[in-house]
Each structure stands twice: as structure tokens, then as C-alpha cells.
Design a protein around this ligand. Structure first.
Ligand SMILES: *Cc1c(COP(=O)(O)O)cnc(C)c1O
Length: 230
């Protein structure tokens, strides 16, 4: 199957999930997660019209993005170390994984001189798992407050999560619902316009769409198996 065929199949599955939930499929964007995939296939993804490219490592994006070109935005979806923040800021269009005040402060300090405003999502550890990246749900209002109050060069426009691993997508669904509720709560509390909900991967994106995902992050279902260990 070509990338374009895989994308068409995914779009029809998203449309069915939207029909079940009474949603408009045009409100669900697709981030093609190209980690481990060579630039040639990322070029196919861009040509096929995905909404964004997602990479989980800044250095991998740095190698591939110049080879891929095009106007499709690139999102960082993996953890961002402090020492990679400058490269990330220069290279990526949106960072989905702001998960601590220190990182927000760092991106703010780096972005301020250029006057650029970087769109960011906060990553939430919605299942409150040990060893998992993401801000805890209880700490997320404080992180939002920090970004809104202290970081004029960051624009908070969404929340992102990876729920606890479970091969049964039905068990991810309560976590997707929890992220949606958290987003609505943050919007009310801080008077924000609707936040994007980045949730759902190859195994569980339909459940995520039924729970309100506005961006799904899809790797294997679009590209096939990963090429090398991520
Ligand atoms: C790899 C990855 C994905 C995509 O995973 P698939 O199961 O291949 O769809 C989505 N989100 C994040 C954060 C990832 O690291």
C-alpha cells in the first residue's frame, strides 16, 4: 500500500468515527509521525496532504526537514531537553510537549529576541504514570498560568497526551475523555479560546476522535512499521 492509499483508508476511518460522534471530519487534523522513516517517504506524506509532520527527536527533524521541504508544518511530539531548545525553536513550527515551567521559560528566553511567537501545546500525563513525560493534571493550571502570564512569545493553543499503554483501545477512551475535560476546564478558568486536543495514535485514534481529538498523531498506520529502533 502506498502512503496515499493508507492516508485515504485512515481518512475514511476518521469519517466513520466522526459520524458516530456527530462531528465534522474537517475538524480532525492528521499529524503524520515520521520518526525513523527516511526523507523520501516524508516527501510522499507532504505531497499526499497531511496537516503536519510529527517527529519525536529534534536532531532527526534537523536532518530530514531540509531534505523534505514544502510548506507543511512540523511538530515536535517527543520530550524536549533544555540543550535542544534553541534548535527546536529554529526548526519546528509547533512544540506539542511543553511539560514544565522551566521549559516554557527557556523557550520564552530564546524566542524573545527574534520577536517570534511559537505555538505550543502542553503535554499532560493524563494517566498519572511514573516515569512518563507530561505535566500532571493537577499541575497543569499552574503551567498554563506560567505560559499565559510570563511567556508572551509562546502561544498556548492545545493539549497533548499519550495515555497509558493498553492494547485494547476501549481502555484508552476514558483518558481521552479526561484530557478533553481538562482542556474545557482550562479554557473556562483562563478564558481561552478552544484548545486543540492532540490525542490518538495508530491503535486508538478512532476512540480519540470519538472523544473529541482535533489532531491525531499517526505513525505505523500511515507509514508501515518503523525502520529502525526509535
Ligand atoms: C511514535 C508516536 C506516535 C505515533 O505512533 P504510532 O503508534 O506509530 O501511530 C504518536 N505520538 C507520539 C508521542 C509518538 O512518539
Amino acid at each position: 500500500m502506498s502512503f496515499a492509499e493508507n492516508l485515504a483508508a485512515v481518512r475514511s476511518r476518521i469519517a466513520s468515527a466522526c459520524a458516530r460522534a456527530g462531528r465534522d471530519p474537517a475538524t480532525v487534523g492528521i499529524v503524520a509521525v515520521s520518526k525513523t522513516q527516511p526523507a523520501e517517504v516524508v516527501i510522499e506524506a507532504v505531497a499526499a496532504g497531511v496537516d503536519a509532520i510529527g517527529e519525536n527527536r529534534v536532531q532527526e527533524a534537523a536532518v530530514k526537514r531540509p531534505l523534505v521541504g514544502g510548506a507543511t508544518p512540523w511538530h515536535l511530539i517527543g520530550p524536549l531537553q533544555r540543550n535542544k531548545a534553541k534548535l527546536a525553536l529554529d526548526l519546528l513550527d509547533l512544540i506539542e510537549t511543553v511539560d514544565r515551567p522551566e521549559l516554557a521559560d527557556r523557550l520564552e528566553a530564546l524566542g524573545a529576541p527574534s520577536q517570534r511567537v511559537l505555538p505550543v501545546f502542553i503535554e499532560v500525563n493524563i494517566g498519572v504514570e511514573d516515569q512518563k513525560s507530561g505535566v500532571l493534571p493537577v499541575a497543569s493550571p499552574a503551567l498554563v498560568e506560567r505560559i499565559l502570564g510570563q511567556c508572551p512569545h509562546l502561544r498556548l493553543c492545545g493539549v497533548m497526551t499519550v495515555p497509558p499503554y493498553d492494547p485494547d483501545p476501549r481502555r484508552s477512551r476514558p483518558y481521552f475523555e479526561a484530557l478533553r475535560r481538562l482542556a474545557r476546564d482550562l479554557e473556562r478558568r483562563f478564558g481561552l479560546s478552544p484548545l486543540q486536543l492532540s490525542m490518538g495514535m495508530s491503535e486508538d485514534f478512532e476512540a480519540a476522535v470519538e472523544e473529541g481529538a482535533t489532531l491525531v498523531r499517526l505513525g505505523r498506520v500511515l507509514f508501515g512499521e518503523r525502520r529502525i529502533a526509535p
